[in-house]
Design a binder for this molecule. Structure first.
Ligand SMILES: Cc1cc2nc3c(=O)[nH]c(=O)nc-3n(C[C@H](O)[C@H](O)[C@H](O)COP(=O)(O)O)c2cc1C
Length: 224
């Protein structure tokens, strides 16, 4: 691993939505995922089950995701991302995130077909040669989803430190039956989200999209 400070890893990791076709050598994959397993979890239960699709299995899944999306096949997620209508503060942040993305790609908000194309890129895996599915058993609820989230950030930072780029994708949970079929999993394995990864394509303007963050005092309260 190249030496990288935690601050550099945290600040340079960002969602990449355009990848080169080159596969990551297995030796690097082993190192990246070996580091990520040191993420913390409640009572150290380590509920994450991670399935990484590469090569033919990735190609087939990608084709199936694209076909389902083109056919307007409705998503059937195992776990809903949100539980109700969002308040204005969160809607604003979501709109700002979309604006950064569309800006980087030169897509106007009014251009609905172009926006749909941007969304469709999710199902093309942004051309990433690998996609990881982050799953947990059906016995686990929200408390264990926290653990999987911690694993995911540890994994993405590990990727950054090893020179890899990634994009977490809730959209990769749209068709969990396809993931279970591809990996021969039982229905008790539930998909939370996916993560496309590989080497960033420096020529893709979308990779210049950099989101902002709410100010410290907006999200953290110090008292006493
Ligand atoms: C759990 C999760 C799900 C996400 N799902 C998607 C997705 O489906 N498609 C996408 O393009 N980005 C997705 N993102 C990326 C976010 O939009 C991104 O992390 C956020 O805008 C902050 O930008 P940054 O990652 O570049 O710092 C997801 C991120 C997370 C953590």
């Amino acid at each position: 691993m190249t030496e990288m400070s935690l601050e550099t890893a945290v600040r340079t990791r960002h969602s990449v939505r355009g990848f080169l076709p080159d596969r990551v050598p297995q030796e690097t994959l082993d190192k990246v995922f070996d580091l990520a397993r040191w993420a913390p979890s409640g009572t150290n239960i380590q509920p994450w089950q991670v399935y990484v699709a590469s090569g033919e299995i990735r190609d087939n899944l990608r084709a199936q995701f694209m076909q389902r999306t083109r056919n307007n096949h409705p998503p059937s997620v195992d776990h809903k991302g949100t539980r109700g209508p969002l308040g204005e503060i969160w809607k604003t942040r979501r709109r700002e995130c979309a604006a950064v993305l569309y800006d980087a790609m030169g897509v106007a908000w009014e251009d609905k077909p172009a926006r749909a194309e941007v969304g469709f890129r999710n199902f093309e895996l942004f051309d990433a040669p690998h996609v990881a599915f982050l799953c947990m058993d059906e016995v686990f609820g929200i408390g264990s989803a926290w653990d999987v989230g911690m694993y995911a950030q540890t994994l993405m930072l590990s990727m950054t430190a090893h020179g890899l780029a990634s994009c977490a994708q809730g959209t990769m949970a749209h068709h969990p039956d396809l993931v279970r079929e591809a990996f021969g999993l039982g229905s008790e394995v539930k998909v939370l989200f996916g993560l496309s990864f590989g080497f960033a394509d420096p020529n893709m303007s979308v990779n210049n999209a950099h989101t902002a963050r709410a100010e410290l005092q907006e999200t953290v309260t110090f008292k006493g």
